[in-house]
Design a protein around this ligand. Sequence first.
Ligand SMILES: *[C@@H]1O[C@H](CO)[C@@H](O)[C@H](O)[C@H]1NC(C)=O
Ligand SMILES: *[C@@H]1O[C@H](CO)[C@@H](O)[C@H](O)[C@H]1NC(C)=O
Ligand SMILES: *[C@@H]1O[C@H](CO)[C@@H](O)[C@H](O)[C@H]1NC(C)=O
Ligand SMILES: *[C@@H]1O[C@H](CO)[C@@H](O)[C@H](O)[C@H]1NC(C)=O
Ligand SMILES: *[C@@H]1O[C@H](CO)[C@@H](O)[C@H](O)[C@H]1NC(C)=O
Ligand SMILES: *[C@@H]1O[C@H](CO)[C@@H](O)[C@H](O)[C@H]1NC(C)=O
Ligand SMILES: *[C@@H]1O[C@H](CO)[C@@H](O)[C@H](O)[C@H]1NC(C)=O
Length: 482
Amino acid sequence: MKSFLFFHIFSSFIVLSGIKLSLAADTISPAQFIHDSEKLVSSAKRFELGFFSPGSSKNRYLGIWYRKSPEMVVWVANRNRPIIDPHGALTISNNGNLVLLDQRKGIVWSSSIYRKVKNPVAELLDSGNFILRDNLSTSSDSYLWQSFDHPSDTLLPGMKLGWDVNAGLELYLTSWRSGDDPSSGDFTFRLDIHVLPQMAIYRGSTKLARTGPWNGVYFGGTSANPNLPFVPILVHNQDKIYYRYECFNNPIIMLLKINQSGMMQRLIWKERSAGWDIVYSAPEDLCENYGRCGANGVCSIDKIPICECLKGFIPKSEQNQSSAITCVPSSSLDCTSGDRFTKLADIKLPDLLEVSLNESMNLQECENKCLKNCSCTAYANFNVTRGSGCLMWFGDLIDIRKLLETKGRQDVYIRVPASEVVLINRNETNNGFSTDPAQRPNKGNRKKLWIMVTIVTSLTMVTLGSIILYARRKLLRKGNTF
Ligand SMILES: *[C@@H]1O[C@H](CO)[C@@H](O)[C@H](O)[C@H]1NC(C)=O
Ligand SMILES: *[C@@H]1O[C@H](CO)[C@@H](O)[C@H](O)[C@H]1NC(C)=O
Ligand SMILES: *[C@@H]1O[C@H](CO)[C@@H](O)[C@H](O)[C@H]1NC(C)=O
Ligand SMILES: *[C@@H]1O[C@H](CO)[C@@H](O)[C@H](O)[C@H]1NC(C)=O
Ligand SMILES: *[C@@H]1O[C@H](CO)[C@@H](O)[C@H](O)[C@H]1NC(C)=O
Ligand SMILES: *[C@@H]1O[C@H](CO)[C@@H](O)[C@H](O)[C@H]1NC(C)=O
Ligand SMILES: *[C@@H]1O[C@H](CO)[C@@H](O)[C@H](O)[C@H]1NC(C)=O
């Protein structure tokens, strides 16, 4: 009788605390559990944390979703270790870790931190970040663990994508396997850093698509809608290089996601229709497929066929028009002082496979330096206003595309062997690129595009030089934020 009474009191306590949790709580402390039917709600009721089954699956996962849109799961704790019954529970263990337990009290997932704290509490913040901290300290520097450091397939405003250099730790997004299965899929979305940062989508270790390099304001080479209400930020300091974004006006609900088909999507919640709008997705056309036109080819989405060889290059052999072509120099690169460079304007810069960077050289010095090195195939200038900054490419040029509505014009100068120079000068409009903008056909729309591009470019190029320096130690030590 006594023990029955005790059981009764105990179970009502559980039920009561359960109700309390699902109604309002945004924190749990060591004695508390979140059972399968319970959830945490962030203080302004933006996000919820609890158990869910995706699609037609019966497996249970601990996740975070928008209260307004429970099907939009932005984080999953146990994505690769589902709980097969509705008896999972989240709590804080004796050693201060967040632990997800199955029915037999086996640990399915844990925050795996080693630092012990006296009074740990876990809190679901209105940013969508689930954090573990000491009861008494709320500063973000003192978080013991946070879900933002363990991204699933979604980048929320404020989350980081990039590198913790000291720890050798990379934060990147990994797609779900399918709509029914949040386990790690084949696709990743990450910040590539090779001399300059670029964003790229990978399937395994194969690059599927990339943006151009960060140009100081945003990633070049994309036609992203400039009117979207967010600001992209590239942060680097002593030990971190990462991308994040912030929304202009806070009530807006926006996210970035790599979906199960390997597409990167930027979504905005539309209050009126109570649904998600895809405001941008990538790759958005054939020319965005990485290396679509092969080595030394240029992709132009408005042309048929879309692939052409760079000036001074010819297709290696008879190939299907729409397939990738490999372009080889039309005559052997003899590497004489008669070699020249032809300017390719309004493009996404070639991938930064083999490049070198010198931020103090001007364009003329850059040309001379490239000319002297037989394996230098192209160069580009960074700070147009100052005419300084030298980026040189060695070997094949990969993944160049013509941009129709560029936000930031990028020009690159391609090496042309002496034996080709005469031919090229005769065929000025070959490929639609001329060696000198002044010699371009002055057709109305072309001129308009040119002016538009120039205006936008002047704005963005001014800041270009700054990123060149990002990799440089002395700047890293200063902790610049661009
Ligand atoms: C945090 O500590 C204070 C004072 O020690 C206590 O009153 C409060 O209940 C604690 N909060 C949690 C969530 O443990
Ligand atoms: C992935 O994103 C693309 C582009 O927005 C979309 O067309 C496709 O339907 C999405 N795939 C899934 C499975 O949602
Ligand atoms: C061209 O494409 C067709 C059909 O896709 C294929 O059968 C043929 O082998 C291709 N030819 C070459 C030269 O690649
Ligand atoms: C960059 O170029 C300048 C001028 O040519 C040269 O003095 C400097 O050593 C170069 N820096 C590097 C890192 O190559
Ligand atoms: C050309 O540049 C490459 C890459 O920077 C370098 O390894 C090579 O030594 C250079 N060759 C000459 C002749 O300067
Ligand atoms: C110049 O271009 C025309 C048409 O595009 C082409 O038929 C011709 O072969 C080219 N001449 C040279 C010398 O490349
Ligand atoms: C680019 O050059 C201009 C003109 O000299 C200068 O004002 C600006 O600071 C430079 N930008 C960077 C990032 O170095």
